[in-house]
Design a protein around this ligand. Structure first.
Ligand code: PEP
Length: 246
């Protein structure tokens, strides 16, 4: 599972170029879920280009609100379903830190999505929490929102250490593997239906380092910010994941 988070980036022209570059670089392989979360306003434009180029890419969104109705500025899960979006990211550290989202509001989002579309829940520790060796406690707290919940089999986690996002720094691959195993165990033991989720790694993944993460047993894919903004580098990462790099 390889997912692009474009954040607040892009334009109609950029997306046109991106699609061409992706198509020129991507080596077809139909077993991997490849997704892009563009800004909401470009969902339609990106969907059209994906259809034109016949790319096997699912479209999703970077965040979701808890309901429709009198909620100015919000987008609901029923709306994204109507636009044929197949997943939403929730709990990204930029939502937590810039927009003050709490574990409680992320929990409400998780409930509102239910099994209508797939959910990717982002969790991860700050630099200070990492330095203080508090990573697993922080992840456990962030995961407490799933306690007792019956989650869909399409529910995934993205482990994104905040200090690794956009910095070029990453944990060592074996450390990521250990954390992913921990996350799977916590989710399995705390959900009402004992699911074992796919766990993606996110934080400064690019086409030069992707392979080192993908060879770890518990790394089921990646959530990619900066390197996903170029169609060529994102396609390279997908090809590496598929074992089709040339
Ligand atoms: C992200 O913000 O989800 C992310 C992984 O960003 P980057 O790949 O740029 O570190």
């Amino acid at each position: 599972m390889i997912v692009a988070n474009w954040k607040c980036n892009g334009s109609r022209e950029m997306i046109q170029e991106w699609s061409k570059h992706y198509k020129d670089t991507y080596i077809p392989f139909d077993k991997t879920f490849v997704g892009i979360a563009p800004p909401y306003v470009y969902v339609d434009h990106l969907t059209n280009l994906i259809n034109v180029h016949e790319l096997d890419i699912k479209i999703g969104v970077q965040d979701i609100d808890i309901s429709s109705g009198a909620r100015t500025g919000a987008i609901s899960v029923d709306m994204i379903k109507d636009m044929k979006c197949q997943f939403t990211i929730i709990g990204h550290s930029e939502r937590r830190n810039i927009f003050d989202e709490s574990d409680e509001s992320i929990s409400a989002k998780l409930d509102s999505v239910g099994s209508k579309v797939a959910t990717i829940l982002c969790i991860g520790e700050s630099a200070e929490e990492n330095k203080n060796k508090n990573t697993k406690n922080v992840l456990k707290r962030q995961l407490s929102i799933i306690e007792g919940k019956i989650l869909s089999s399409s529910f995934s986690i993205a482990y994104e250490p905040v200090w690794a996002i956009g910095t070029g720094n990453t944990p060592a691959p074996d450390e990521i593997n250990d954390i992913h195993k921990f996350i799977k165990d916590v989710v399995q033991s705390s959900t009402g239906n004992s699911i074992v989720p796919n766990v993606l790694y996110g934080g400064s993944v690019n086409d030069a380092n992707a392979e080192s993460f993908f060879k770890e047993d518990n790394v089921d894919g990646a959530l990619i910010g900066g390197a996903s903004l170029q169609g060529k580098s994102f396609a390279n990462i997908v090809n590496i994941f598929n074992g089709k790099a040339i």
